[in-house]
Write a protein that binds this ligand. Structure first.
Ligand SMILES: NC(=O)c1ccc[n+]([C@@H]2O[C@H](COP(=O)([O-])OP(=O)(O)OC[C@H]3O[C@@H](n4cnc5c(N)ncnc54)[C@H](O)[C@@H]3O)[C@@H](O)[C@H]2O)c1
Length: 255
């Protein structure tokens, strides 16, 4: 798929992996609609990218709210790519605390609501918005979801986050099969540990020790590494139904 004639919707585009992806789409000549929470710095992110980008706030878990950026992306031209980066970290709760008390169920639900239900909402409404497109290089559109290495090797305290990201991985092949008759491809990127605001809440020494565990290159991922892959996935007409790890060969240990 050519990128210089399309519009891309980037969720979570105010920050981190999404902001880098929006920047890369603009650099490739695409128009971009960034969506993120109203409280996010999405307006500043879009303004910094120039006239090719605009910010339309939404909560990805809310169908009515998400319709607004999708409508804006369809108005801007050919909505042919949705890169879904909006998400949240886990609750860092063990199943039982030190006193044997079970973790709060609501906390688990909240992580699943944003990362798993939110992803399905973006997937279904994004696909509906692209289903009426004409074929371009055999596709009506391409959707890129975001899982995590924690989908495969969740660490202690990551039950909610791993379950949410494991669900994103599990839905990828099904979604590609479901949407094949609409000529819409669905793939997922599973990042390892990336240097974004989500990881910035960790202490510097912890971030350095994480970088040490990565075989090669021995550093946290750059958001631009993710963006580069996201654009390749959108461009490549034969890539479908796949979860691609992007992690410098990292395999996370139990803690
Ligand atoms: N940074 C990492 O190391 C890493 C590793 C693996 C997976 N991921 C995943 O990559 C994605 C992007 O992470 P990031 O590191 O760029 O984080 P980030 O915190 O920088 O960006 C996430 C964005 O999602 C937005 N968001 C959260 N809930 C939302 C909602 N309900 N509606 C709309 N927007 C919402 C936030 O406002 C934020 O701008 C997430 O799904 C995250 O789980 C990140």
């Amino acid at each position: 798929m050519r990128l210089d004639t399309i519009t891309a919707l980037v969720t979570g585009g105010a920050s981190g992996l999404g902001a880098a992806t929006a920047e890369a789409f603009v650099a490739a000549g695409a128009k971009v609609v960034i969506t993120d929470l109203p409280s996010s710095p999405g307006a500043d992110t879009a303004a910094a990218l120039g006239p090719g980008a605009r910010f339309v706030p939404a909560d990805i878990t809310d169908p009515d709210s998400l319709a607004t950026p999708l409508d804006a992306a369809c108005e801007s031209g050919q909505l042919r790519a949705v890169v879904h980066c909006a998400g949240r970290g886990g609750d860092r709760l063990r199943i039982l605390d030190k006193a044997g008390k079970p973790a709060a169920l609501d906390s688990y639900r909240q992580v699943l609501e944003v990362n798993l239900v939110g992803t399905y909402n973006v997937l279904r409404l994004g696909a509906a918005a692209m289903a009426g497109n004409t074929l371009d290089d055999g596709d009506r559109g391409a959707i890129v979801l975001t899982a995590s290495a924690a989908a495969f090797e969740g660490q202690i305290g990551q039950t909610s986050y791993s379950a949410s990201k494991g669900g994103v991985h599990a839905m990828t092949l099904v979604a590609a099969r479901d949407l094949a008759s609409w000529q819409i491809r669905v793939n997922t990127i599973a990042p390892g540990t990336f240097d974004t605001p989500m990881l910035a809440r960790l202490r510097e020494d912890i971030r350095e020790s994480i970088a040490e565990t990565i075989p090669h290159p021995k550093r946290l991922g750059h958001a631009a590494d993710y963006a580069d892959l996201a654009l390749s996935v959108v461009r490549n007409p034969y890539l479908n139904g796949e979860t691609i790890r992007l992690d410098g060969a990292l395999r996370m240990g139990p803690r």
